[in-house]
Design a protein around this ligand. Structure first.
Ligand code: OXD
Ligand code: MN
Length: 599
């Protein structure tokens, strides 16, 4: 079964052999990441009804998948950080002791790949030749995962070559948890929702995911490796793994400024990362380095440098249109995979918000006939496109630079209907960490949970931090001391509503006006006024060309409700109490000074 494995890395070979003994697959396939390999798998998936080839005239090289309706999002209640101690995992992670989890997994996973092929996917997160890149190897019994990983990470023969005989890699095990009896026909989306477990072993840098085939639960390079395990590596090695997009802002003068921004899931990160500035802001341009994850370290001159470890976009489809994000639409115009969107009669995809008028007839994400007004959504709210970075028309020229890009500003943002102004600059790094640590957002469909609830999501990392969240916040202070000068930090909120319940800020391309103020602040070209919440722009500090935005609306958008802010400090305290003695002292001081500013 293991004839001619394409590696001599003994740790890798031992682990693959052990997996074969335990999972008992019918065959083992070492992936080479080639187009031919992916095409063959896709043809097989289409052949047995597990994927639909989209109309090549409309969407070349693209495929539609429909998941089991019970397997549609990340499952945070089934996601575990299996550290040696409760203190190491911290109060915001689900903890099961490593030995107990391993025993449970061994029971669950005995023979779990029977009747299936076990794929071995060597992959690299990050650009070729980058000192910041990390190698992973994923074992999976899902061909959907293989074809998706090929877009989201770099998969190729060079990964094993570069790994050599002793190189470091993160082993990632994945099974959909549905072994096949002899002669049993497979379902289109095998999964095992009752038994789903996504387990991380931070001390061992090891990941096991069982039972789900969807997104972050199954494409283990993304949230599991590039955030949860990478955050632990970052802590130990002096860098940061963040849930941040990275974009470049080009001024008409040609000056380039990179910005990294953290937003909780489904707050429009992909739209912001690919923003198209209004034509009236002549000559301003935005380029994309990444839309979800940033790995950041100090560069040789003490500057902050970042890479996007991913090779693709796994974007939320609904709401994406040529109006809201033409670059994302172009990115998924070919060579892309779609999951849980609707199928049009002419073999293309559709989702809510793609066009103002829905088509007269569709097949919905569950495979049923759909007509406008039938009362059901055509696409699942967390339906996705998986598209290669290289398809993106606004991809930054340095997106794959092995040295990364220099980051000049950091943004934190949440989805807040009330109380938080459009933009504020933190007084300094310490205040910036406070703003990030107390980030809150109203819930969306990217994970299980009640839509609309406000959840505190420190640094947008609540579901993605692989260790004690308070120690992670402490790490931000330690990290900044290694920089020549920590970058300025900003807080943004595109989602504030007025008394009439309508959004006060147009958002999308007009967020360029906020970015321009941020960039002008970075370069010391524009002023700000001090407030209790932070440094705020004045109306006259914004570039208003092409937008009629009355000063009265601006005042509403930027207003501070001192009573609500006072109340918020109590919620901050509630969060901090959870962190107990791990809470960095700086954050207690920041809270005290915020309270002082509010009275
Ligand atoms: C994502 C998420 O899919 O944050 O990026 O949930
Ligand atoms: Mn994300």
């Amino acid at each position: 079964m293991m004839e001619n494995p394409p590696t001599r890395n003994s740790r890798l070979l031992r682990w693959v052999n052990k997996s074969v003994r335990l999972f008992k697959p019918d065959a083992v396939h070492w992936c080479d990441g080639s187009k031919a390999e992916s095409e063959a798998l896709l043809a097989e998936l289409v052949g047995r009804g597990a994927a639909i080839r989209l109309n090549p005239a409309k969407r070349p090289d693209s495929f539609l998948f429909r998941s089991d309706p019970r397997d549609v999002a990340r499952m945070e209640s089934r996601t575990f950080v299996c550290s040696q101690s409760a203190d190491a995992a911290g109060p915001t992670n689900n903890l099961v002791e490593p030995e107990a989890m391993k025993a449970r997994l061994e029971r669950l996973m005995a023979g779990c790949m029977r009747g299936r092929t076990m794929f071995v996917i060597p992959f690299r997160m990050g650009p070729a030749g980058s000192p910041m890149s990390i190698t992973g190897v994923q074992i999976t019994d899902s061909p959907y995962v293989v074809v998706s990983m090929r877009i989201m990470a770099h998969v190729g023969r060079d990964v094993l070559r570069d790994l050599g005989e002793r190189g470091f890699f993160v082993p990632c095990v994945h099974s959909v948890g549905r072994p096949l009896a002899p002669g049993e026909t497979d379902s289109a989306w095998p999964c095992n929702p009752e038994e789903t477990v996504i387990a991380h072993f931070p001390e061992e840098r090891y990941i096991v995911s069982y039972g789900s085939g969807y997104g972050g639960n199954a494409l283990l390079g993304k949230k599991c490796l590039a955030l949860r395990i990478a955050s632990v590596l970052g802590r130990d090695q002096g860098w940061l793994a963040e849930h941040m997009l990275i974009l470049g802002v080009e001024a008409p003068s040609g000056e380039k400024t990179y910005v990294a921004a953290a937003f909780p899931s489904a707050c429009g990160k992909t739209n912001f990362a690919m923003l198209v500035p209004p034509a009236s802001m002549h000559g301003w341009k935005v380029t994309t380095v990444g839309d979800d994850i940033a790995w950041m370290r100090p560069g040789p001159a003490g500057e902050l440098r970042a890479i996007n470890p991913e090779s693709g976009f796994f974007g939320v489809a609904p709401g994406t249109s040529v109006r809201t994000n033409p670059n994302a639409m172009a990115a998924c115009s070919h060579g892309s995979l779609f999951t849980n969107v609707a199928l049009t009669d002419d073999g293309d995809v559709w989702w809510e918000g793609m066009t103002d008028e829905p088509p007269a007839h569709l097949i919905d994400w569950q495979g049923h006939d759909w007509t406008p007004g039938c009362g059901r959504l055509a696409a699942h709210p967390n339906s996705r496109f998986t598209a290669p970075l290289s398809n993106c028309p606004c991809l930054d020229a340095s997106a794959c630079d092995p040295e990364g890009v220099p980051v000049a500003a950091i943004l934190y943002g949440g989805r807040r209907m009330s109380d938080i102004p459009l933009v504020a600059q933190a007084f300094n790094w310490s205040h910036g960490v406070y703003l990030g640590a107390t980030l809150g957002s109203e819930q969306t469909a990217a994970a299980e949970g009640r839509v609309g609830d406000l959840r505190r999501d420190p640094m947008a990392m609540l579901p993605f931090c692989g260790y004690n969240m308070a120690d992670y916040l402490r790490h931000h202070f330690k990290f900044a001391r290694r920089l020549a000068e920590p970058p300025p930090v900003f807080h943004v909120n595109w989602f504030r509503k007025g008394a009439d319940g309508k959004f006060l800020w147009p958002g999308y391309g007009d967020n360029m006006r906020v970015l321009r103020w941020v960039v002008d602040r970075v370069h010391g070209r524009v002023g700000a006024r001090e407030s209790a919440f932070g440094l705020l722009p004045r109306y006259a500090d914004f570039d208003w060309r092409g937008l009629d935005f009355p000063e009265g609306s601006w005042n509403e958008l930027m207003s501070l409700d001192r009573d609500r802010l006072r109340l918020a400090t109590l919620q901050h305290e509630e969060l901090f109490l959870k962190f107990a003695e791990h809470l960095p002292r700086e954050l207690t001081c920041e809270r005290e000074s915020l309270i002082a500013r509010l009275y």
